[in-house]
Design a protein around this ligand. Structure first.
Ligand SMILES: C[S@@+](CC[C@H](N)C(=O)[O-])C[C@H]1O[C@@H](n2cnc3c(N)ncnc32)[C@H](O)[C@@H]1O
Length: 299
């Protein structure tokens, strides 16, 4: 038996998916199987972004990474360093972890730099810190590229790098990012779609984007959102159907990685947190698996 068969498949895999969306299951399974196949005496795991909700019902949204790695190291041996800037969050998780895991409360780039002075190597580097805004992923993607860059000194041939929130294609967008997706779209009555799109989808996304952002897609989205909000507040819904379509179309155009984005090329570019880090990893190793996360092995 192995950790993957005995623990991962029974305790974690059943909670990592939601309906048809199998999320992170295959990439975690592959990474852990590869680690096991190496038969190391001590495995060194480093992650950015500590497990947020250590309860099974929430594994599919965030991934439960710290718990999975901790259990792996209880089964085999080694150490996990998990870096996060949120001390309250780490305090909630600490009691559920063994002494194999060390929580470091710091900005991930600083924390990783410090680890380069004390660690010899990283067998699995898991990058999942700064949250992603799906329609403006650059800030988070640059942060993850920096995390990879400062970790390079600890990566060796055979080291694995796993990056979260980097879906392979539109089908792999999670339900909360693709919340305009067909099943939800069909549940909402046509007359309620404009309000839902304006407030919940486009409005919520735009509220997280700096007003300095003036790319044509974002400007167009703001403009349609303003017209939609004005129509909704005046009660004049004569153009509601047309505005709904425009709002949906402009919103989808802003999400890199969806097939409606003009720059989208299937599998050519990894959107999300791995947007830039994957370009560097393409030159350093080979892509091993790709679902909602992307996994590389350094060659
Ligand atoms: C998506 S959550 C991590 C989820 C976790 N890996 C899991 O599987 O449940 C992202 C985490 O990154 C942390 N974070 C955000 N910016 C950060 C930064 N600059 N340095 C370190 N951690 C950061 C947040 O506090 C948050 O807890």
């Amino acid at each position: 038996m192995s950790f993957v068969e005995e623990v991962f498949e029974t305790q974690f895999a059943p909670h990592l998916s939601l309906g048809d969306w199998s999320g992170r299951t295959e990439t975690f399974r592959t990474a852990l199987s590869l680690l096991e196949a190496e038969k190391r005496e001590k495995t060194s795991i480093v992650e950015t972004g500590t497990c947020r909700q250590p309860i099974e019902a929430d594994f599919w949204t965030n991934g439960a990474s710290t718990l999975i790695f901790d259990k792996y190291l209880e089964y085999h041996d080694g150490s996990c360093y998990s870096i996060d800037i949120d001390s309250q969050l780490q305090a909630q998780v600490r009691s559920q972890l063994s002494e194999k895991s060390t929580l470091i409360c710091e900005d991930s780039i600083l924390g990783l730099r410090e680890l380069t002075a004390s660690l010899e190597r990283i067998d699995l580097l898991y990058l999942d810190s700064m949250d992603l805004c799906w329609i403006a992923p650059e800030t988070s993607a640059v942060h993850h590229l920096k995390e990879l860059a400062v970790s390079l000194a600890l990566l060796r041939s055979g080291s694995l790098v796993l990056i979260d929130d980097s879906p392979r294609s539109e089908e792999w967008l999670p339900p909360w990012a693709a919340n305009w997706s067909q099943p939800i779209w069909e549940i909402i009555p046509p007359e309620a779609r404009l309000k839902w799109l304006s407030e919940t989808v486009a409005g919520e996304a735009l509220s997280r984007i700096s007003s300095q952002q003036t790319t044509p897609d974002i400007v167009a989205l703001r403009e349609v959102l303003d017209r939609s909000t004005a129509a909704l507040s005046s009660g004049d819904l004569s153009t509601s159907a047309e505005l709904t379509e425009q709002l949906k179309e402009t919103f989808l155009r802003c999400i890199p990685g969806t097939t409606t984005h003009p720059d989208y090329k299937p599998n050519a570019r990894c959107p999300g947190k791995g947007l830039y880090a994957c370009e560097l990893l393409e030159t350093l190793g080979e892509k091993i698996a790709h679902d909602y996360q992307v996994l590389y092995r350094i060659t």
